[in-house]
Design a binder for this molecule. Structure first.
Ligand code: HEC
Ligand code: HEC
Ligand code: HEC
Ligand code: HEC
Length: 155
């Protein structure tokens, strides 16, 4: 096997940890029900992770494995909702989402420090080691999402 096909194979394996390409629905599908989370994610480097690559690098599986791991589905380019939360095909409906057990059976993943570290590892071009708690704060889209959900309940 050529080195390049090995990388593609590794990328597919990495993808299967969160779901297969056909399980993805894309961030626009989450947006309608989670507008706060979507807006904040849009402003994080994750949403632009593919844009950091040159056109040639955007075809290089070695870069895509972290900058756009679900590349096989164009709707889910960059580091997207489903890269961390799992492919939404079976869970992304209001009925399933409200049931915290069912939603996990349907593929919702709980993002973890270990998950972050699959990309934020020694090979990424960071000046400082990955500080989970500090980095988590920088991508906080859940405080706003939870506040909005609380408001909805009160109505
Ligand atoms: C049809 C509306 C709808 C769609 C589409 C939807 N969600 Fe949800 N989601 C909800 C509702 C309702 C809840 C329950 C909590 C709340 O009110 O926010 C929820 C809860 C969640 C939770 C917390 C679940 C728990 O039990 O911890 C996550 C994470 C989440 N959604 C992510 C996503 C992602 C990622 C997508 C897109 C792939 C998505 N949602 C698409 C309506 C939706
Ligand atoms: C699929 C790979 C991947 C995963 C998983 C991932 N990241 Fe990232 N992250 C990236 C890439 C790539 C960038 C750089 C994006 C760019 O600027 O091109 C980045 C950038 C960031 C940044 C901005 C740069 C910095 O260090 O301040 C933060 C913060 C961050 N990630 C936090 C997290 C956290 C927290 C998790 C886990 C909950 C996580 N990431 C999971 C790939 C990933
Ligand atoms: C192991 C995962 C991983 C791989 C593979 C990877 N990157 Fe990254 N890359 C990251 C992370 C994580 C960051 C953010 C680092 C930080 O700021 O903490 C990043 C940041 C960058 C940035 C800086 C973005 C900015 O705006 O500051 C560029 C450019 C970049 N990577 C290009 C590449 C290229 C080109 C390749 C392929 C040769 C590549 N990366 C492969 C994880 C990866
Ligand atoms: C880099 C990984 C990452 C990406 C990308 C990401 N999330 Fe999250 N998300 C998390 C983490 C981590 C948490 C939970 C933090 C906690 O429990 O304290 C979370 C929490 C949430 C919650 C709140 C769940 C609850 O318990 O109330 C919602 C809703 C959500 N995300 C939706 C989205 C949507 C929609 C997108 C895309 C627009 C997205 N996320 C992109 C990592 C990510």
């Amino acid at each position: 096997m050529r080195a390049s096909s090995l990388w593609v194979f590794a990328a597919v394996l990495a993808g299967s940890a969160t779901g297969w390409a056909f399980d993805f629905v894309g961030p626009e599908s989450c947006r309608g029900c989670h507008p706060e989370a979507y807006q904040i994610w849009r402003q994080t480097p994750h949403a632009r992770a593919k844009d950091s690559l040159s056109p040639a690098q955007q075809k290089d599986a070695r870069c895509l494995s972290c900058h756009s791991p679900n590349e096989a589905d164009q709707r889910t380019a960059a580091v997207s909702c489903e890269t961390c939360h799992g492919g939404g095909r079976y869970y992304a409906t209001g009925y399933v989402m409200k049931d915290s057990e069912l939603v996990r059976l349907a593929g919702l993943a709980d993002p973890s420090e270990k998950g972050c570290r699959t990309c934020h590892d020694a090979s990424s071009p960071s000046l400082r080691p990955f500080e989970f708690v500090e980095k988590l704060k920088r991508i906080d889209h859940w405080s706003a999402a939870r506040a909005a959900a609380e408001l909805k309940k009160k109505k």
